[in-house]
Design a protein. Structure first.
Length: 297
């Protein structure tokens, strides 16, 4: 694990030190594509291209665009900033995902001839921090996310704060003390992060178990050991997706159910009413303001 930590520390340091020569784009929550995007996270993420070229569809500058990312280019996605990634060119990149309880670092290598799924290649190097992002990082992320919602682009203010986040992230990696993490705990953390990142898609216990080459019963047991249930965690994430869409879009309830990962509008309405003691339409009427904050609540 220490080797993975040093790898990401080196890459992020290089990004911060050579930031002035890089192009930065912001993947926003809206406008939304006609179909649910492949990547649609309730937390902030940063993508840094290392080699090659990559096509990246996202909401940028008020429009749905397909960006062509080159070596050293950067994408910043605030919570619910969506993307559809293309895998038609060889490339390498890293992603930093700032979850509430930990930070997830991923290194991806894409060789198109070896990819058999629209979700892209498997992660080559993965690292989880063992604690939440530092308070200073959370504060700067909250500032940037509010700044982007005010329709500010990657200007001088944004760039200065972004560089500070990169430098603080390398400091956090440096401070982390390598420890012994059990295989089951590491697997649970990986599955939990996967659910955060894919809950809006039609996944279930069996498909997730297949992704991690595990028995579905073992996946259930991992969650039981944490006094949680797989279906309960997945449903809560989908309800969070739905709440965000109800607050920030004009989509109807059926569209929201589909985009949040629910199999039908009827099932979504029943689950939502059971959780919040009112149907989603009534809840929406009382929460009509656009809110995309509270990431760290």
């Amino acid at each position: 694990m220490d080797g993975e930590r040093e790898f990401f520390k080196k890459q992020i340091e290089s990004c911060a030190n050579n930031f002035s020569s890089r192009k930065l784009s912001i993947a926003m929550p809206s406008p939304l594509p006609e179909q649910p995007p492949l990547s649609f996270l309730p937390v902030t993420r940063i993508i840094v291209m290392l080699e090659g070229q990559k096509e990246f569809e996202c909401a940028c500058d008020g429009k749905i665009k397909t960006l062509r990312l080159d070596e050293n280019d950067i994408i910043y996605a605030p919570p619910y900033g969506w993307s559809n990634e293309k895998w038609n060119n060889p490339h390498k990149y890293i992603t930093i995902v700032f979850h509430v309880n930990f930070t997830r670092f991923l290194y991806i290598q894409c060789f198109p001839e070896k990819i058999s799924t629209i979700y892209g290649p498997d992660t080559k190097i993965l690292y989880h921090s063992s604690s939440p992002p530092a308070a200073s990082i959370r504060a700067l992320l909250d500032f940037l996310n509010s700044y982007t919602l005010d329709e500010n682009g990657a200007d001088a203010v944004f760039n200065d704060v972004f560089k500070a986040i990169l430098r603080l992230s390398t400091e956090e990696l440096q401070k982390l003390v390598p420890g012994t993490v059990s295989k089951s705990s590491y697997t649970f953390d990986s599955i939990r992060a996967y659910l955060h990142e894919h809950s809006h898609l039609q996944i279930n216990r069996k498909t997730v178990a297949r992704h991690f080459n595990l028995n579905p019963c073992y996946v259930s047991r991992l969650f039981s050991q944490k006094k949680q249930s797989f279906n309960g965690v997945l449903t809560d994430l989908r309800l969070a997706n739905a709440r965000n869409l109800m607050e920030s879009t004009q989509l109807n309830i059926e569209q929201i159910a589909f985009r949040s990962g629910f199999s039908s509008a009827g099932y979504f309405i029943r689950v939502f009413a059971s959780k919040y003691k009112m149907p989603p339409g009534e809840w929406r009427s009382s929460h009509f303001h656009i809110k995309l904050q509270g990431e760290w609540q």
